[in-house]
Write a protein that binds this ligand. Structure first.
Ligand code: FES
Length: 94
């Protein structure tokens, strides 16, 4: 198991949200740590880091919809984008 200091988590996976056409009844497992290679969804990467406090957040929908999933991982309304990327990505988008 890898040991990485918790500093720097959650990682910013991208500085823009991803729009996904969701299907009713399907479970979507959103990555909250930022390490997943299947962003915006969890691929289990958080399990490789000892003491990782960030785990996937699962959501399910009753209707088909277009959903904006947060990729910066700093949203205050996980797993949805709330515009927080404008603040946390400021340094990267100069
Ligand atoms: S991508 Fe994270 S708040 Fe918009």
């Amino acid at each position: 198991m890898e040991t990485i200091p918790n500093e720097g988590f959650p990682r910013i996976a991208a500085c823009e949200p991803t729009c996904v056409k969701v299907e009713p009844g399907k479970i979507y497992s959103w990555c909250s740590c930022g390490l997943s290679q299947k962003a915006p969804f969890c691929d289990g990467s958080h399990k490789k880091i000892e003491g990782m406090p960030y785990r996937s957040i699962k959501v399910q929908f009753t209707e088909p919809a277009e959903v904006w999933f947060c990729e910066c991982k700093h949203t205050k309304t996980p797993p949805y984008c709330d515009g927080s990327h404008k603040e946390c990505c400021k340094e990267q988008v100069k």
